[in-house]
Design a protein around this ligand. Structure first.
Ligand code: HEM
Length: 260
């Protein structure tokens, strides 16, 4: 009969063997450990979790969006009824749709809060300017996600909100009228507009956002997280003369008997 200790060992083996197998062939376990256990300043706070919160909101949007796409019909004669079917007939359809709809606002709000934190902490300055630019592109793509998604229920609110949005775009200098015509898929909003918005909403924009988030996180890991402005221990901000002397940056005051 197996003892308690030997059962424990075989359980540990069951977990470790697949991990060792994967590590030997890909090095992925090592990379994941390096990514998760990297150093961050000791005085960071909840404010620095807003980026991860934005990422969580995006993952919720992507996941609920996949389920909605399984039942949504992107053509003008069926779009509205397919949305009604999702909300009223499908098991937990109301919940998935509600999470996607309200989650969209949460995503945008979290991105703005994260951006405000980065701005107030001065974390956009050298060497993180490129990450700020990537963030700004993510923000614009996120707002475009909201705009294209709003039309999909194909009801009166969706239609008129899109008319207003497209008209605002049309007033832009030089490219405005072309952009408006491209978005409408013709001279006015019609049957071609809906599939175009759907393709942008569930393929082009999420793909772009995922790629941009990948680059954004690569730079976060490469450059590290900025300490808060009030940090006493951030690089270059530490410390009285003792600390400098300890590290050989400042010469100790000369004592009697020193020759140089
Ligand atoms: C989906 C949207 C976004 C995700 C998932 C995301 C994710 C993250 C994460 C996880 C961090 C590290 C931890 C933290 O500071 O919170 C970070 C840092 C940063 N983010 Fe974002 N971010 C997003 C949008 C933005 C936006 C809109 C901007 C600004 C326009 C931005 C600019 C930055 C900068 C400059 C840093 C470095 C901050 C530092 O070193 O302290 N991000 N981001």
């Amino acid at each position: 009969m197996a003892t308690k200790t030997s059962r424990k060992h075989s359980l540990a083996d069951a977990a470790l063997i697949p991990l060792d197998w994967t590590e030997e062939r890909s090095g992925l376990v090592g990379y994941t450990k390096w990514f998760l256990f990297r150093k961050v300043p000791h005085d960071i706070s909840w404010a620095q979790t807003l980026g991860a919160a934005s990422l969580t909101a995006f993952i919720v949007q992507a996941t609920t969006g996949v389920f909605l796409a399984m039942y949504y019909k992107p053509d003008p004669s069926n779009a509205y009824s397919s949305i009604q079917n999702i909300t009223e007939e499908l098991t937990l359809g109301w919940l998935v749709r509600g999470m996607h709809k309200w989650g969209a606002s949460v995503f945008i709000i979290l991105m703005f809060l994260h951006m405000a934190r980065v701005f107030l902490f001065g974390a956009y300055k050298y060497p993180r300017e490129l990450n700020w630019i990537l963030g700004a592109l993510i923000l614009v793509s996120g707002m475009a996600e909201g705009f294209t998604g709003y039309l999909l229920p194909w009801d009166n609110t969706a239609y008129w909100a899109t008319v207003v949005g497209i008209n605002i775009n049309a007033t832009g200098p030089f490219v405005g009228p072309f952009l408006a015509q491209f978005l409408q898929g013709g001279l006015m909003i019609g049957p071609d507009t809906l599939p175009k918005f759907y393709a942008l909403h569930m393929l082009v924009l999420p793909g772009a956002i995922m790629a941009l988030i990948g680059l954004h996180l690569y730079l976060v890991v490469r450059l590290g997280v900025t300490s808060p402005p009030w940090s006493k221990t951030a690089a270059g901000r530490e410390r009285g003369p003792e600390a400098g002397a300890r590290e050989g940056l400042i010469r100790e005051p000369a004592t009697e008997g020193d020759s140089a």
